[in-house]
Design a protein around this ligand. Structure first.
Ligand code: KG4
Ligand code: ZN
Length: 339
């Protein structure tokens, strides 16, 4: 089989990233320039600033990715880029840069869905993983339960009806003055708290629904903080963090296991920034051991935004000859499994 090297670019949110991936599974380089320090002082991502920083960084990041791969431009077979979902201004920088390279170097262009990219991080982590498997994608903007039927063939089994899991983490972190991004900070603080101290609600629709909702939980936590302060009592932040996290993890793990049973599929995977959460990984691992399921989890650097996952996803599109033309445009609301 011919070796296929793909240069991938990711700029959908606050990371400018480029990577060279061989045959969808081997990462030859993975360069990530994070803007977190810049957005921290605003308490969240400022879209205008994100776009400007992508413009400033993209050339250097791409050059570094090529140079670290030790490949010549001739050895690169295609240019892949995230074209949605995400911040439209941020996406446009990556899309236009990738189009220019594809044109100048006369290489095929492959537009990649960011969420499909997150799922594909699992192919890099575990070289033997093949579909079908059930994947929980939990990031700052998305919470999806996906049945991966084949490479590039997805069925959405459930999704959030309001906030994404990561968004809930970030909002609660803000209420606890933990700063942006909230997820890692809550993760750390929760280790010091008592997860049984406060009972927060778990959103339940009817038994069959695999949808999620985090807005009720968010309100319950905010109300608890306000009411405790009004009573003149001390808010034990570590307990709030631990109990909030327990409620999120409980629902995520419960629905993921339910989805796997429904498909009679014993392979389950995690993806997205929240997939790096220690408690989620721990609870899910136990649950999988108890049920004899195989669990796939990307290492932390492949959970949060990166371009290697985009290069992996693009390889399977390359095999299917799913190329984009120069009319490729950013689509901030791109749905999974859609062109
Ligand atoms: O996948 P990602 O890097 O970007 C999006 O595509 O959204 O995910 C970022 C999200 C943020 O909301 C961040 O707070 C959350 O992932 N996150 C975590 C952890 N690390 C990152 N949430 C919980 N626990 C973590 N350890
Ligand atoms: Zn992401």
């Amino acid at each position: 089989m011919k070796t296929i090297n793909i240069l991938a670019i990711e700029s959908s949110c606050d990371e400018t990233a480029a990577s060279v991936v061989q045959n969808g599974r081997e990462v030859l380089s993975n360069v990530i320039s994070s803007q977190i320090e810049i957005h921290k002082k605003y308490g969240g991502v400022v879209p205008e600033i994100a776009s400007r920083k992508h413009i400033e960084n993209i050339s250097t990041v791409v050059k570094e990715a090529i140079s670290e791969s030790n490949l010549s431009i001739d050895e690169i077979d295609a240019i892949a880029v995230t074209y949605g979902p995400g911040l439209v201004g941020a996406l446009l920088i990556g899309v236009n840069y990738a189009k220019s390279l594809a044109y100048a170097w006369n290489k095929p262009l492959i537009g990649v869905n960011h969420i499909e990219g997150h799922i594909s991080a699992n192919y890099i982590e575990d070289k033997s993983l093949e579909p079908p498997f059930v994947c929980l994608v939990v990031s700052g903007g998305h919470t999806h339960l996906v049945y991966v039927k084949g490479y590039g063939d997805y069925e959405i089994m459930g999704r959030t009806r309001d906030d994404a899991a990561g968004e809930a983490y970030d909002k609660i972190a803000r209420a606890l003055n933990l700063g942006y991004p909230g997820g890692p900070n809550i993760d750390k603080l929760a280790k010091l708290g008592n997860k049984d101290a406060i009972h927060f609600p778990r959103a339940k629709f009817n038994e069959e629904s695999l949808d999620f909702s985090f807005s009720g939980l968010k309100s319950a936590v905010l109300n608890y903080i306000n009411q405790t302060k009004q009573k003149g009592e001390e808010v034990i932040e570590a307990d709030v963090a631990a109990c909030f996290q327990e409620a999120v993890v409980d629902v995520l793990v419960g629905k993921l296991m339910q989805a796997a049973r429904l498909k009679n599929c014993h392979k389950i995977a995690l993806a997205g920034g929240v997939a790096s959460n220690t408690r989620l990984r721990e609870v899910l691992q136990k649950e999988c051991e108890n049920n004899n399921f195989s669990l796939y989890r990307p290492s932390l650097i492949l959970c949060t935004d990166n371009a290697a996952m985009i290069g992996s996803c693009a390889f399977f599109k390359y095999n299917n000859k799913e190329f984009s033309d120069f009319s490729l445009n950013a689509n901030s609301n791109l749905e999974i499994g859609k062109m």
